[in-house]
Write a protein that binds this ligand. Structure first.
Ligand code: C2E
Ligand code: MG
Ligand code: MG
Ligand code: MG
Length: 291
């Protein structure tokens, strides 16, 4: 596409920009309709202990059940929602759904120690967050250590004292903090000493980078081994994201990684399907991976 049509750089005539603006407006409308129509829901992906097998928790992942377009993934939505400020409202819906469904699964199936992990956008770090989390957990009778909050480097990067205060408050209340997508961006290990982090989640792109039989693959395996050892010394559990094959699972276990999450064990599931999966006691006790 041509960049400029007019002498004054009249970019509004650029078809690519027009298309982008139209797409964005469409997503904004979908978000509004979804909030009023109740189209947002959480899907749940099991997190598995690589040594012993059982499911230790679930990550709640946002989905939009669009009546015409079908199930939409966060990639199409979160960026726009962060730009126009609706991500807070969406985040609250997912948070409530996550805690409510954990309570339900606990009551109906057992699994009294399993946790639910919820992704938090940087915009959700308001001073009211700790109080709102506490009252949500109280309402559903869920122990605080059964809620994990997943944050990314974007939350920690600027070393904002307000963010630190909120994280410390949430942590001393008993909720756990997971550092998501580790291995992308700067991924400074000093986050582990500066913030109350309990869990490190190694990004799937980093996991993939260990697979080559060449020198690079070997060095990345050493990196994951080292990062895992340091995290564990700092009292953090390490979870590998995007585990798709039994070979990856075995290699990660060998590198010392504690837990795994990925299609090998299960895709993210709507709550009804999670119920079906957990209903089979075999899946609960030893989840060797069958996908
Ligand atoms: P994330 O938190 O890193 O979540 C993991 C993503 O990896 C999920 O994508 C999940 O479906 C995908 N995944 C899991 N196992 C595998 C695998 O074996 N192979 C592959 N190729 N992918 C796998 P999803 O659900 O599309 O979510 C994408 C991102 O959107 C999340 O990345 C998270 O950053 C964001 N997100 C999701 N839900 C929420 C939410 O409620 N609030 C906010 N703020 N962000 C959310
Ligand atoms: Mg996550
Ligand atoms: Mg992640
Ligand atoms: Mg990720």
């Amino acid at each position: 596409a041509r960049k400029r049509d007019g002498k004054n750089g009249a970019q509004i005539f650029d078809p690519a920009i027009l298309e982008k603006t139209r797409k964005r407006a469409e997503i904004e409308k979908d978000i509004d309709d979804a909030v009023t129509g109740g189209w947002f829901e959480a899907h749940f992906q099991p997190i598995v202990d690589l040594k012993a097998g059982p499911i230790i928790g679930f990550e709640a992942l946002m989905r939009m059940r669009h009546p015409v377009k079908g199930m939409l993934l966060p990639a199409a939505i979160i960026e726009v929602a962060e730009e126009n400020g609706t991500v807070g409202a969406i985040g609250n819906l997912i948070l409530e759904s996550a805690v409510a469904n954990l309570a339900r699964v606990s009551q109906e199936i057992g699994l009294m120690d399993a946790y639910v992990a919820v992704n938090l956008s940087p915009l959700q770090f308001e001073c009211s967050l700790p109080t709102r989390l506490a009252s949500l957990l109280g309402q559903y009778g869920i122990r605080p250590n059964r809620l994990v909050l997943e944050i990314t480097e974007a939350v920690l990067m600027h070393d904002n004292p307000e963010v630190r205060r909120i994280l410390n408050e949430i942590h001393s209340f008993g909720c756990r903090i997971a550092l998501d997508d580790f291995g992308t961006g700067y991924s400074s290990l000093s986050y582990l000493s500066r913030f109350p982090v309990d869990i490190v989640k190694i990004d799937q792109s980093f996991i993939r980078s260990t697979e080559g039989g060449d020198e690079v693959g070997g060095k990345n395996r050493l990196l994951i081994e080292g990062i895992t050892a340091i995290s564990q010394k700092m009292n953090c559990k390490v979870i590998a994201e995007g585990v798709e094959t039994a070979a990856q699972k075995d290699a990660l276990h060998h590198m010392g990684v504690d837990c795994g999450q990925g299609y090998l064990f299960s895709k993210p599931l709507p709550i009804e399907d999670l119920h079906l999966l957990l209903g089979t006691s075999a899946a609960r006790q030893s989840f060797a991976g069958t996908a």
